[in-house]
Design a protein around this ligand. Structure first.
Ligand SMILES: [Zn+2]
Length: 191
């Protein structure tokens, strides 16, 4: 069975090297929709693939890009410096912040989050199926597991600015990078 959870963020970027003059030379923003689809061959004790509440780290990930500038780490050093000097919320990423780049990045990170989570309510083999990123109301990019072959980066190449980190309830990113497991709460069965 598959389930899907939607998230939103308002993000700013420049998409270098693309064909559109407006996109490649101008800071601009979009209202992004992110759809995370997860599948499992089994249901947990509450007859769910997993409780959406348990996607709290995925929510933190997507929210880290909200009202943030997504800065491709291949940008010139003077531009990077200008961005960091003039805006507080910056996500420095190893992919171009195109819809495809976000889809790939989010798939990779969400997959790592799920791998790093200990489920405690009888969930089956939870598997990330796809991540869809809508950049406009008419277009989206969708990343699947096979697209992980396009990943040429690690978590260590993704950097969130201090203003983003300061809004997290705990440093989940450090936990993920160091492999410190996210342990879901045990669930009392009331039936
Ligand atoms: Zn754009």
């Amino acid at each position: 069975m598959r389930i899907r959870k939607s998230f939103r963020f308002e993000g700013a970027h420049i998409v270098r090297n693309c064909s559109s003059q407006r996109c490649k030379y101008n800071i601009h923003g979009h209202s992004y929709g992110v759809e995370v689809t997860i599948r499992s061959s089994r249901l947990d004790q509450g007859y769910m693939v997993l409780d959406f509440m348990l996607l709290d780290k995925v929510k933190l990930l997507v929210d880290s890009f909200d009202h943030s500038y997504s800065l491709w780490n291949r940008e010139a050093e003077d531009f990077k410096g200008w961005i960091h000097k003039n805006t507080q919320r910056v996500a420095e990423i190893p992919v171009s912040p195109s819809a495809e780049g976000y889809a790939l990045l989010f798939f990779y990170v969400v997959d790592r989050i799920l791998e790093n989570t200990i489920f405690q309510n009888g969930e089956g083999e939870i598997e990330l199926f796809s991540v869809k990123v809508h950049e406009t109301s008419t277009g989206y990019a969708e990343a699947f597991r096979e697209d992980l072959s396009l990943v040429q980066f690690t978590l260590n190449e993704i950097h969130f600015s201090q203003a983003i980190i300061d809004e997290w309830p705990f440093d989940w990113w450090e936990s993920l990078k160091t492999g410190q497991k996210f342990i879901n709460p045990e669930v009392e069965q009331n039936l």
